[in-house]
Design a binder for this molecule. Structure first.
Ligand SMILES: Nc1ncnc2c1ncn2[C@@H]1O[C@H](COP(=O)(O)OP(=O)(O)OP(=O)(O)O)[C@@H](O)[C@H]1O
Ligand SMILES: [Mg+2]
Length: 376
């Protein structure tokens, strides 16, 4: 049997744990036409949930056509337009009436169709010269979607990337176009949480409060424990409760890290799975990731590195500028820590969590956290 603990792209709902509640909200928003922003820390399962949603829309034959586009690799408005048209083309069945109309629309743009050398999926190359032409095409694409008799869900992943484009004010331009659409619902998501919060929650920004927010937390511990136990048992392994508890403690129940640890344990298992085996798998993961961790150190100042070690030792810390904390880890004065924190958040190494007005900090990478904790 294949390893059921995936830590790459979404496969099936059987291998996807829970998220029932959030899925329901997303479906409601999609059907009612409420744009939504999915907010969470890194690798908690945002992209997975979008795939899960699309899967559900198709399975339940809901009256919505879902389109997913990941704009991580785009660097300009031109890239954005190309990536979007390719995503649309690949999402709508060629022979359907929308598919035929879309092909006609694209033909009018005199495109080149190329094929991805690895996956053989078709890609659209458009020769759009000026920024105006690109803007017009984008408006044309979105208006095209808006004019179909079917509701459309356009999920844009890694949306914060629009801030990196060479053109200025792409955000404002997009907002202006999107505002006029009636039939297309948007789902925004991105791995840089602080940027996503600024785009959709920053008062001065074009998208300010234009969407509902869905915040993804860690999976419910009991539900995740049951999921883990079930998949080990289905694979013929006898896993005890202590081993499951140890997995969830060690990974702090963070999705990606839990999936990866379970994957490794599953690969190493013969018959029985106990705490000793889990510890062995954990050690193996840290060993193999240590190469990357060593490189992080090179990229950081001594102050930043020491601060990460301090947070790793605490697991989760709140009073980081208190005299007691600074003294315990020899971190100098509060002002230097106040400088270090935003730089580490910016690098996505440190996670800032605000719950009920209380801010806590933890390392984004649970394995790095465990490694630092052990090594220093
Ligand atoms: N509910 C779930 N059950 C099982 N596996 C999951 C679940 N959610 C996510 N995963 C898996 O965990 C890994 C990380 O999830 P995903 O890539 O969706 O996170 P993300 O929040 O989009 O990360 P990033 O912030 O890097 O974009 C993926 O391999 C995904 O398949
Ligand atoms: Mg993602």
């Amino acid at each position: 049997m294949d390893n059921p603990f995936i830590f790459r792209v979404y496969q099936t709902k059987e291998l996807f744990c829970d998220r029932q509640e959030e899925l329901k909200t997303l479906i409601t928003n999609t059907l009612s036409g409420a744009d939504t922003t999915l907010i969470a820390q890194r690798r908690i399962g945002k992209t997975g949930l979008i795939y899960r949603l699309i899967d559900e829309i198709r399975f339940e034959k809901l009256p919505v056509l879902p389109i997913y586009v990941d704009i991580f690799a785009t660097r300009s408005l031109e890239d954005f337009v190309k990536t979007l048209s390719t995503a649309i083309m690949n999402a709508i069945p060629e022979k359907s009436s929308i598919g035929k109309k879309f092909a006609k629309f694209i033909r009018s743009l005199r495109p080149l169709i190329t094929y991805d050398p690895l996956t053989s999926t078709p890609q659209i190359q458009l020769t759009l010269q000026s920024e105006d032409e690109q803007k017009q095409t984008l408006t044309g694409l979105l208006t095209f979607l808006d004019n179909q008799d079917k509701k459309i869900l356009l999920a844009i992943d890694e949306f914060q990337q629009v801030r990196e484009y060479q053109e200025k004010n792409v955000e404002a331009m997009l907002r202006t176009i999107i505002q006029t659409l009636k039939n297309v619902t948007f789902l925004y998501c991105g791995s840089k949480r602080h940027m996503m919060l600024d785009i959709f929650g920053g008062e001065r920004n074009p998208f300010y409060r234009s969407t509902a927010f869905v915040a993804l937390q860690k999976l419910n511990r009991d539900v995740y424990a049951e999921f883990i136990t079930k998949h080990f048992r289905d694979g013929g392994f006898d896993i005890d409760n202590d081993a499951v508890a140890y997995i969830l403690d060690w990974t702090r129940g963070h999705t990606y890290f839990t999936q990866r640890l379970c994957h490794t344990v599953y690969d190493m298992a013969h018959g029985k799975v106990d705490v000793a085996l889990v510890k062995q798998a954990a050690a193996q993961i840290l060993q193999s990731d240590s190469v990357v961790f060593g490189q992080y150190q090179q990229l950081l100042t001594a102050g930043q590195w020491n601060f990460l070690i301090a947070i790793a030792k605490e697991g989760e810390a709140s009073l980081i500028t208190s005299r007691q904390f600074l003294r315990k880890y020899h971190l100098g004065n509060p002002s230097s820590v106040s400088r270090i924190v935003p730089s580490l958040v910016e690098k996505n190494l440190l996670d800032e969590n605000i719950v009920d007005g209380k801010t806590t900090y933890s390392l984004n990478d649970v394995f790095l956290s465990r490694w630092l904790e052990e090594k220093y």
